[in-house]
Ligand binder design. Structure first.
Ligand SMILES: [Zn+2]
Length: 302
């Protein structure tokens, strides 16, 4: 039987995957359209992206379900497709491994709004949306659930509780930090720092503490976040930094940190004790292939 994700990563670090959103754009998804619906309308294109990550050496693939909650799908008039979108997302990622024993991580992004009293959504609506999505992902056979790109502990807590209620075999909580204007540190948009996040996740029963995306969170900042997580908790750590800062070129958002630039940060991150390393916005199969090489060389050298 395949070991649980949180157990195998205590024996060796695993490689995650790279960006999905920016790859969907390259594959023809237009700005403002729903990438998650492609699990149903263009499964071949989603599969092709994930297959490239699997071929590049990813041990874990994250499903194309970032915006797969009822609240997010409702923006496109598809609130009724939660089960279908998430079920297909898991099946496509599993297929991308081509029979190899990889880990499929069910992706849950932010619900995309604010809760009362700051916004229009009730806590109950958000809780129900997360419960419905995580249940669909778990029922489809996801090996883990990642509640990602989170900025508030309140929303993160609802996501973690939903994943646990759904019976997820492993629950990952992943925060999006932004480097502060003076460059001295980083915290989420809602003011959460890594120590607070790690403590919160430990208390709420997450299995892995993680960070992804964020502004200015390059490989070096990711290493710093990993060190801060590890000083706060014994839980395993996952990191998915972006490929540099977003730049607007011809009205398109581009990320231009090359695999060569990013890969220099891999060994310091491994030495900081990362358990799963992947990459977020702007990263490509070439970035992941470079990470694979660096991780394999590091493992051989020890
Ligand atoms: Zn990102």
């Amino acid at each position: 039987m395949k070991p649980k994700l949180q157990d195998i990563i205590r024996t060796r670090p695993l490689l995650g995957d790279g960006a999905m959103g920016t790859q969907l754009m390259i594959a023809g998804l237009e700005q403002g359209n729903c990438g998650e619906l492609w699990n149903l309308t263009h499964p071949d294109r989603v599969l092709a992206i994930q297959r490239r990550y699997a071929d590049a050496g990813s041990d874990c693939l994250i499903t194309n379900t970032f915006g797969g909650s009822r609240i997010m799908l409702n923006r496109h008039g598809d609130a009724g497709k939660v089960a279908a979108v998430n079920d297909a997302g898991v099946a496509i990622a599993r297929q991308a491994f081509g029979g190899r024993d990889g880990y499929v991580i069910g992706d849950v992004g932010p619900f995309g709004g604010l809760m009362e009293p700051y916004g229009d959504f009730t806590e109950q609506q958000v809780r129900e949306a997360f419960v419905e999505q995580t249940r669909a992902l778990v029922n489809a056979g996801a090996d883990a659930i990642i509640i990602e790109t989170q900025t508030s502990l309140e929303e993160l807590g609802l996501g973690i509780a939903a994943a646990k209620e759904a019976g997820a075999p492993c629950v990952i909580g992943s925060m999006a930090y932004d480097v502060t204007l003076d460059g001295s540190t980083f915290r989420t948009m809602m003011g959460v720092d890594p120590e607070q996040a790690a403590e919160f996740m430990y208390e709420h029963g997450a299995d892995i503490v993680a960070l992804n995306c964020g502004t200015g969170m390059n490989m070096d900042r990711a290493r710093e976040a990993i060190e801060r997580y590890r000083r706060t908790t014994d839980l395993p750590v996952m990191a998915q930094p972006n490929a540099g800062l977003p730049k607007l070129v011809n009205m398109q958002v581009v990320y231009d940190e090359t695999p060569e630039e990013m890969v220099g940060g891999v060994v310091p991150i491994l030495e900081a004790g990362v358990n799963i390393l992947g990459a977020c916005c702007g990263s490509t199969p070439d970035h992941i292939r470079a990470f694979r090489q660096a991780m394999d060389e590091y493992a051989r050298s020890r």
